[in-house]
Design a protein around this ligand. Structure first.
Ligand code: SF4
Ligand code: SF4
Length: 97
């Protein structure tokens, strides 16, 4: 699954630069992790049993399988804590950023 592409936001300099429709086409983001995450998930790989519950439940699909380990794409994680809450081994800790 490909991620939305990051497109730098440029402040319009002239009235003609303002879009007449949406600012971006679907599938583009003005910013990765738009700054609303205050806690980030940190995985303890010694405790993780690779059950993939977090992978299945992450509402943003930011948890990936990586050679038998889970990996979190911090560019898109919103810090909701669902993964930590649902982990049966308490292998994910939410840490203040
Ligand atoms: S839910 Fe917990 S034990 Fe299962 S894969 Fe995720 S971190 Fe590992
Ligand atoms: S904190 Fe939320 S968005 Fe981030 S990896 Fe966990 S479930 Fe996904």
């Amino acid at each position: 699954m490909s991620r939305p592409k990051h497109t730098e936001y440029k402040i319009p300099q002239h009235i003609n630069d303002y879009p007449t429709g949406p600012q971006y086409e679907a599938g583009f983001l003005p910013e990765k992790n738009a700054g609303w995450r205050t806690f980030k998930p940190v995985v303890n790989h010694d405790e993780c049993i690779y059950c993939l519950r977090c992978y299945l439940l992450c509402p943003d699909g930011t948890i990936m399988k990586d050679n038998g380990k889970i990996k979190i794409d911090m560019d898109y994680c919103k810090g909701c804590g669902v993964c930590a809450h649902e982990c049966p081994k308490d292998a994910i800790e939410m840490v203040k950023e």
